[in-house]
Design a protein around this ligand. Structure first.
Ligand code: ATP
Ligand code: MG
Length: 399
């Protein structure tokens, strides 16, 4: 197969390929960008693989950065663009079911493609648009299947994260996992426990945010991967409730986590612990916990202006969407009126500052000021005191 018209991202990178070839080496576009272009999906980063060793690449180009030199990756800066160029390599000695002990640079493209995870990710394109397809990746793109390169079982033993990548690509591309590959995942799902949770989480989030997440998530459950993830063991029935919901797409990580916590019927404490076990960032964890709390407040019809105000706009929108999803009844009109009635958006909108409080009460700066500010914020939000300097001054002096 030949790509007649290279996408602009590839065209822009052609001088890089040409320079490498002029120096007597091979260079190709590889990986996700090739797969996505053939599928007609917009491509993001362009990866280039070459027969030149890192030192050779560095001698060809004036401006380079040693991004991951031990793995063979050098970043080349040309005009205003930068490209990651990785030397063909083979990997060996995966003693711990993750990352290879040894990376060997090689001159053969085929050897490099052979170490890649799935056939659809093992395609290369030369500068004339010729597609090099050693493992029938094109056939699998056509059939819309995710198939391991070589023996699936071995490939998952080398790096167990690939099993998560399979269901992640399934979700992003709406492909099926090919039968043999699926069986090997089920047989080896326990190996996931060897993998750092951060790496699993990254793939899991991509899965949950993919356009066909239901199919990826269904296999994540059916192929036993979920059994070897933190807090998910023994939760298959609960988790599969997510698949019964109306068609929906999660817009962010926080919505996905909150929905998961909801179907697992976790208490706030358990939910927070689950997010900690998954090593979710503090920011996302706090937003998810706030969303989860509010979802339950809506369910119990037990909330006030302060609850809504302190939730913040993003968490509020997220909660409303999740209410609709879980068919939790909310009175839209009443709610919009409540939101409109809140006189400030944040403490920055208060008509008084910490310095004002110091002057009015003739006190020294210190933690006390924060307490007064927070008290005033509550009063203003609840509507007991007007957000006006004189009224706030009067309130402070009368306390
Ligand atoms: P994305 O669109 O998410 O970037 P991608 O296919 O480019 O998808 P990357 O993680 O960027 O995925 O990896 C680039 C390429 O490197 C893959 O297409 C694949 O060929 C190879 N690769 C990445 N991770 C692995 C792995 N764990 N095992 C084998 N090959 C891998
Ligand atoms: Mg990529």
């Amino acid at each position: 197969m030949r790509i007649e018209k290279l996408p602009s991202d590839f065209k822009q990178a052609l001088p890089v390929l040409e320079e490498i070839e002029k120096a007597g080496f091979e260079a190709y576009f590889v990986g996700g960008s090739v797969r996505d272009h053939i599928l007609g999906i917009p491509i993001h980063d362009v990866d280039i693989a070459t027969s030149a060793y890192p030192e050779e690449i560095k001698s060809i180009f004036k401006r380079t950065v040693d991004t991951g030199i031990q793995h063979g990756t050098v970043t080349v800066l040309i005009n205003d663009d930068s490209y990651e160029i990785t030397t063909f390599r083979t990997e060996s000695g995966y003693q711990d079911f993750r990352r290879p002990d040894k990376v060997t640079f090689v001159r053969s493209l085929k050897d490099d493609l052979k170490r890649r995870d799935f056939t659809i990710n093992a395609l290369a394109v030369d500068r004339n648009g010729n597609v090099i397809d050693k493992f029938d990746g094109l056939g699998d793109l056509n059939k819309r299947v995710i198939r391991a390169v070589g023996k699936a079982e071995e490939r998952f033993h080398e790096d167990a994260l690939r099993m998560m990548r399979a269901v992640r690509f399934q979700s992003q591309l709406n492909f099926k996992v090919e039968e043999e590959t699926a069986v090997a995942i089920k047989d080896n799902a326990y190996l996931l426990e060897k993998i750092a949770i951060e790496r699993i989480r990254e793939e899991f989030i991509k899965l949950m945010l993919g356009k066909a997440w239901q199919t990826g998530f269904a296999d994540f459950l059916n192929l036993d991967l979920s059994e070897h993830c933190p807090t998910f063991s023994g939760q298959r029935d609960n988790l599969s409730k997510l698949l019964e919901l109306d068609d929906l797409k999660f817009e962010d990580e926080e919505s996905a986590w909150t929905a998961i916590g909801y179907v697992m019927a976790l208490t706030p404490k358990q939910f927070n612990k689950m997010l900690r076990n998954w090593k979710v960032s503090n920011k996302s964890r706090e937003a998810s916990v706030a969303t989860d709390k509010m979802l339950k407040n809506f369910q119990n019809k037990d909330f006030d202006l302060w609850d809504i105000y302190s939730l913040g706009v993003d968490n509020f929108d997220r909660t409303i969407k999740l209410c609709k999803l879980f068919k939790i009844e909310i009175d839209d009109n009443k709610l919009s009126k409540m939101v409109r009635d809140i006189p400030i958006k944040s403490s920055r909108d208060l008509a008084i500052t910490g310095n004002d409080i110091i002057k009015i009460l003739d006190i020294k700066p210190g933690p006390e000021i924060g307490k007064y500010m927070s008290e005033i914020e509550h009063k203003v939000v609840e509507g007991t005191v007007y957000n006006n300097f004189d009224k706030l001054e009067h309130y402070l002096l009368s306390e």
